[in-house]
Design a protein around this ligand. Structure first.
Ligand SMILES: [Zn+2]
Ligand SMILES: [Zn+2]
Length: 283
């Protein structure tokens, strides 16, 4: 084995050990408040927390006491990345803010990351994000609505950027995310918000602050999701946003969308092979 290989192996071990002690410390803190949760340590590096999560919380004079069985996966790069959580008794239906993996959708990813950064511990995660979600779910079961409002699952990403920057239109939000995703921020550009000001005197400082919350590649994923939400909403994507890289990805997404549907569903929905032309037409 070469010297550098040895070194990188040793570094990996150090990181794992360091990570373990962080997770144990954070779990102890969590366990003081949530006694029924158990930390499951495995050698594979995938650690989980399981058990019953008792919640008693109030919001706007509504008091809720309840409990859920959950499994929380601690990602390999925790606490850089946010834990992922499942509800394990099948009480929360798939139609209510869950991802395809059945993991709970605690909110639009950027919002979740920003919230987690405020207190990047297991206790912070549970109290600021998970309890918030479960409280919303309980309230929804009782009253049919989430008391503090919710992002639509169909266009949550676009709406979350629109809200984060206090913008009026989808196009403004798309332009703002595009700037971050492509790393093309220049202070003298005109701000996409329509104020007519240079961006450095308008949304620039906020854009710079938000761009620190995740990697550029992650913003590109968000940007792509925003575009998909925009298109699925029945809008045609303006030329301004189109380029080869994007068109290629849209075409791929469209093909997998078609292949996921069986022919009769497609017919029922009036979908035919040419429906995608609208999006991929060359102008
Ligand atoms: Zn959702
Ligand atoms: Zn602005």
């Amino acid at each position: 084995m070469s010297k550098s290989r040895n070194l990188s192996n040793r570094m990996a071990t150090v990181l794992r050990t360091e990570k373990r002690s962080i997770v144990r410390k954070h779990f102890e803190e969590l366990h003081q408040f949530y006694r029924e949760l158990v930390l499951d340590e495995t050698d594979t590096g995938l650690w989980t927390i399981r058990g019953e999560l008792k919640l008693s919380a109030s919001y706007n004079e509504e008091y809720i006491q309840d409990s859920f069985h959950v499994e929380i996966l601690i990602p390999p790069d925790y606490p850089e990345s946010v834990p992922i959580v499942w509800e394990t008794e099948g009480r929360i239906p798939n139609g209510f803010h869950k991802y395809r993996s059945k993991a709970l959708c605690l909110g639009p990813p950027l919002q979740v990351k920003m919230k987690f950064r405020e207190n990047p511990t297991l206790l912070g995660f549970v109290e600021n994000l998970l309890i918030h979600y479960l409280f919303g779910r309980c309230s929804y079961e009782k009253n049919g609505v989430v008391p503090f409002g919710e992002y639509s699952h169909e266009r949550g990403m676009l709406d979350s950027y629109k809200e984060a920057f206090h913008l009026q239109t989808d196009i403004q939000a798309l332009q703002m995310v595009k700037l971050i995703a492509e790393g093309k921020y220049k202070g003298h550009l005109t701000c996409p918000c329509g104020s007519g000001k240079r961006i450095r005197h308008c949304h620039g400082p906020q854009l710079i602050k938000i761009s620190q919350f995740q990697r550029r590649s992650e913003f590109y994923e968000d940007y792509f999701t925003c575009i998909m939400e925009y298109i699925r909403g029945g809008n045609e994507l303006p030329l301004f946003f189109r380029n080869k890289k994007l068109e290629k990805r849209l075409a791929k997404e469209y093909r997998s969308y078609l292949s996921a549907m069986n022919p009769s569903t497609m017919q029922n929905m009036g979908v035919n092979d040419h429906v995608g032309d609208k999006y991929f037409r060359k102008h």
